[in-house]
Design a protein around this ligand. Structure first.
Ligand code: UDP
Ligand code: MN
Length: 274
């Protein structure tokens, strides 16, 4: 049964991150997500990409910081450095949903994750680099204008210790690491593609149950080159990627090639754009 008052939410502030959002949305569909699929898009996203987003997502919501409510505008003027971060916080304004799961545009869903909706705000998985902090690439939250304005207030007053949403959210939800173990998502819901091998026996034991892989850091799947004949990414020039990471990259590219590129071709021939 589809649940219409809950949603998976992601964010794209430009056409490049749209590629990630599209693959994520498609991966949720392929694994039969029963919640609505929502993407927040800023004005920098081009019209052709908006059209393609609307073919994969149920809702494409334009978020424009500069003419939003006064308190958002003010927060933005005081902390222009936190532009993308403040945009991500917009997800709390989706009050037509009772509960949502946010996923970064650089994540890929490997199996159905509807059970995340059994969790409550604020649930997230530990960050591999500093496990007393959560990673803000995957989290369960409850939209609320009150929480949204408290978050913005926190951002204007304290900024963010890492300059991004993760630092801000960790200092706002600062009892996450100790208060309630049910709010700790298992690592398989936010498996970092580039750091999991620091504990390789654990990866051997649990890696195959991964449900969400997160391509965090500077080299994103869309930065690689892909050979559709062999179905694998090309290694040269893209830094060293080990075998497991390569297999996740190949899965990302498989979806992109099979399901997203055809949507783009369509647009190109129709409107001669993109
Ligand atoms: N994002 C975006 N445009 C940007 C940077 C980030 O839309 O220029 C969004 C996107 O959803 C992305 C998220 O913000 O997944 C967090 O950024 P990123 O994934 O690059 O950070 P990391 O996970 O590598 O720390
Ligand atoms: Mn990310």
């Amino acid at each position: 049964m589809p649940v219409s008052d809950q949603a998976f939410v992601t964010l794209a502030t430009n056409d490049v991150y749209c590629q990630g959002a599209l693959v994520l949305g498609q991966s949720l569909r392929e694994h039969r997500a029963t919640r609505r699929l929502v993407v927040l898009a800023t004005p920098q996203v081009s019209n052709p990409l908006r059209v393609i987003l609307s073919r994969v997502f149920d809702e494409v919501i334009e978020v424009k910081l500069t003419d939003s409510a006064d308190y958002v505008h003010l927060a933005f003027l005081k902390r222009p450095d936190l532009g993308v971060t403040l945009t991500k916080l917009h997800c709390w304004t989706l009050t037509h949903y009772s509960k949502c799961v946010f996923l970064d545009a650089d994540t890929l869903v490997l199996s159905n994750i509807d059970e995340l909706f059994d969790r409550r705000e604020f649930s997230a998985a530990p960050d591999p680099g500093w496990p007393d902090c959560f990673n803000s690439g995957v989290f369960v939250f409850q939209p609320s204008l009150e929480t949204h304005s408290l978050l913005l207030q926190h951002a204007t007053d304290h900024g963010s210790f890492d300059g991004a949403d993760q630092g801000l959210l960790n200092s706002f939800f600062n009892n996450w690491s100790t208060a309630d173990i049910r709010k700790h998502l298992p690592f398989i819901y936010n498996l970092s593609s580039n750091t999991m091998y620091t504990y390789s026996p654990a990866f051997k034991q649990f890696g195959s149950s991964a449900k969400v892989v997160h391509f965090l850091g500077s080299s994103k799947p869309w930065n690689y080159k892909y050979n559709p004949q062999t179905g694998s990414v090309l290694e040269e020039g893209s830094g060293r990627a080990d075998q497991h990471q390569t297999s996740f990259l190949n899965q990302w590219w498989g979806i992109y090639h099979r399901s997203i590129l055809p949507l783009c071709e369509n647009i190109r021939t129709k409107d001669d754009q993109v």
